[in-house]
Design a binder for this molecule. Structure first.
Ligand code: K3U
Ligand code: ZN
Length: 179
């Protein structure tokens, strides 16, 4: 069946504040959810998405990095589904970077994240994988993992006064030419 665009829940919906349940078996329903998450992230220009954002409180995330204005060197990767991800190690170095969220429209803000994380997860084929994610991909993974714990990026912004609307965020990226 073709993938469906799912409705993205918005900040204020209690499902975004719940700790998601571990997946206890890979079945057709889960594989359909994964296909729909990948499709929904693609259609909404997301670089990731987590199952609670579409109203399913299960521990599944998609990471789908691609270059963007703020992170022009972000890798272009095939959307990757991680089932029951566990962050098993975090690097010492952290960086501040700008984030947005499909569940928090028109808001961007700076968040400190670890530059490197090691993650253990199940693939949709049921294989256990351990992988090291770095840079922007590590940022997206930590953002999505937070969604499984009921945490939204606005909880982590360095200073709430630095939150920007999308228009101001893009204006800041491309300052007006000098007269
Ligand atoms: O493409 C977005 C973007 C925003 C700021 C910087 C770079 C990219 C839209 S927001 C996005 O893709 C979220 C997706 C969410 F909400 F479903 F998790 C993921 C994300 C964006 C930026 C940094 C970390 C995570
Ligand atoms: Zn988000």
């Amino acid at each position: 069946m073709t993938a469906q665009l799912r409705t993205v829940r918005q900040l204020g919906d209690p499902i975004l504040r719940r700790v998601a349940q571990p997946v206890d078996g890979i079945d057709d329903r889960l594989l359909t959810l994964i296909d729909d998450l990948i499709w929904t992230a693609e259609k909404t220009n997301g670089v990731g998405i987590a199952a609670p954002q579409v109203g399913v409180s299960q521990r599944v995330v998609i990471v789908a990095s691609r270059p963007n204005l703020r992170y022009p060197h972000a890798p272009l990767m095939e959307p990757t589904a991680l089932i029951n991800p566990e962050i098993v190690a975090r690097g010492d170095r952290r960086s501040e970077g700008w984030e947005g969220c499909l569940s928090v429209p028109d808001q961007r803000g700076p968040v400190w994240r670890h530059d490197e994380v090691e993650v253990c997860y199940l693939t949709p084929a049921g294989e256990i994988r351990q992988a090291v994610f770095t840079g922007f991909v590590a940022r997206v993974l930590q953002h999505e993992y937070d969604h499984l714990e009921g945490v939204v990026f606005v909880d982590r912004v360095t200073d709430p006064q630095r939150l920007l609307s999308e228009a101001d965020y893009f204006a800041q990226l491309t300052p007006a030419p000098a007269k």
